[in-house]
Write a new protein. Structure first.
Length: 398
């Protein structure tokens, strides 16, 4: 079995924790790191838990600087996943599994290998049980409608005719449309897979509760045991846990909301934080991605990226938009000279697109959800206090 993940340098500590867990529980597996970044100073594959390093230069179909520039860091790391499968298939890999770098494997993946003996594609849904409360419906089911039914933190594909056909289709879509633009029906690589069951027949849906456990389904999954004795999920050994939202704080908040007060969840989170720290989180965590910076060290802004993405003539004129040392300062200098004097429609579309994405990100952030709950709580408390003051005044009048 071949297992790979995709990350930038700041996620190398998480990728290390994942790779070590694969070594421990999936002996004989080959682990590949697809690095969408420049290797950090001092990085040596010989000293890493990875068996193989794949960079953007290693793909058979070249990805130019202009294509890379059009994607933010999250979009870039997901846009290359299809190419990662293709690369490993070309090398002769028979069974390939993708895991997000913030996943940890806790037991063997034998059942996934067995599913790949019978099927070409294995997917996991975010949820496998309908929600019962309005809050959970909004946080989980509606979120899946916006971000994708299947969680692409995990994907397994066999090197079969159908598997290669699926990967080729998915890879082509990611090459052209792997953007976080929910207003256009896109959410990086995930939303495309909603179409997969309609286009491909040889698919297994992995619904067992011990796979891809995370905050979007923990209210239906009973975790028991301990890290020392082993963790079970609904009575079955935990296979892998997805620590999504750790850095943003969303993991902690959603654990508290939907974890049912289970202390094992916090024990897991604290353990993972220690593992990441031991793997170099303090050293690597703040590293900027090479492709998030211009050659002069300035950070790429969303408006600059979006305008370049939607203006083909700019892509043709500036094939390397990162380069600020070319004649007249390159794309960044051009943008600063002309952004205020662009044709009104183009500028308006650019601003609206950026604002839409920013507002959408705020609306779907965990901070907004917590604020919404708190505001509802205090509004109700305020109404009660107002009624109490009214009753006290009546008592004084009487």
């Amino acid at each position: 079995m071949h297992i790979f993940t995709s990350s930038t340098s700041n996620y190398i500590p998480k990728a290390r924790v994942l790779a070590e867990s694969v070594r421990r529980h999936v002996p004989g597996a080959t682990f590949h790191l697809v690095l969408c970044d420049a290797p950090p100073a001092g990085f040596s594959l010989e000293d890493e838990p990875f068996d193989d390093l794949i960079t953007l230069d290693d793909f058979e179909t070249p990805v130019g600087k202009g294509w890379i520039y059009q994607h933010n860091v999250v979009e870039l790391c997901t846009a290359v996943k299809g190419m990662g499968f293709e690369r490993l298939f070309q090398r002769g890999a028979e069974k390939v599994v993708f895991l997000d770098p913030d996943i940890v494997v806790f037991s063997d993946l034998d059942s996934i290998g067995q599913l790949l003996d019978e099927h070409s594609i294995v997917l996991t849904p975010h949820q496998t049980e309908p929600e019962a409360t309005r809050s959970a419906i909004l946080d989980h089911e509606v979120s899946s409608l916006k971000h994708g039914v299947f969680n692409l933190g995990f994907l397994a594909v066999r090197n079969s005719v159908e598997g290669r056909r699926f990967v080729r289709w998915w890879s082509e879509r990611l090459r052209d449309f792997c953007y976080d633009d929910k207003g256009q029906g896109l959410f990086t690589d995930q939303k495309w897979i909603d179409l997969a069951p309609a286009f491909f027949s040889d698919i297994a849906i992995l619904r067992e509760p011990q796979f891809n456990v995370s905050t979007w389904n923990i209210n239906h999954r009973d975790l028991a045991g301990s890290l020392e004795s082993g963790i079970s999920v609904n009575g079955k050994p935990l296979c892998f846990y997805h620590f999504s939202g750790l850095d943003s704080g969303a993991l902690k908040v959603m654990m508290d909301v939907y974890g049912g007060g289970n202390p094992l969840l916090e024990e897991l989170r604290q353990w993972y934080l220690r593992q990441c720290d031991a793997a170099g989180q303090k050293t690597f965590g703040a590293l900027p991605c090479r492709y998030d910076l211009y050659s002069n060290g300035e950070r790429v802004k969303p408006a600059e990226r979006l305008l370049y993405r939607y203006r083909i003539e700019l892509q043709e004129r500036f094939p390397d938009p990162y380069d600020c040392a070319v004649q007249e300062g390159g794309y960044l200098a051009w943008y600063r000279r002309h952004s205020r004097s662009l044709a009104f429609r183009s500028e308006e579309e650019e601003v609206v697109s950026v604002m839409r994405q920013e507002l959408d990100a705020i609306h779907h952030s965990i901070t907004w959800r917590v604020f919404r709950r708190l505001s509802t709580f205090y509004r109700r408390m305020g109404m009660r206090l107002g009624i109490n003051r009214f009753l006290r005044r009546l008592s004084h009048l009487s």
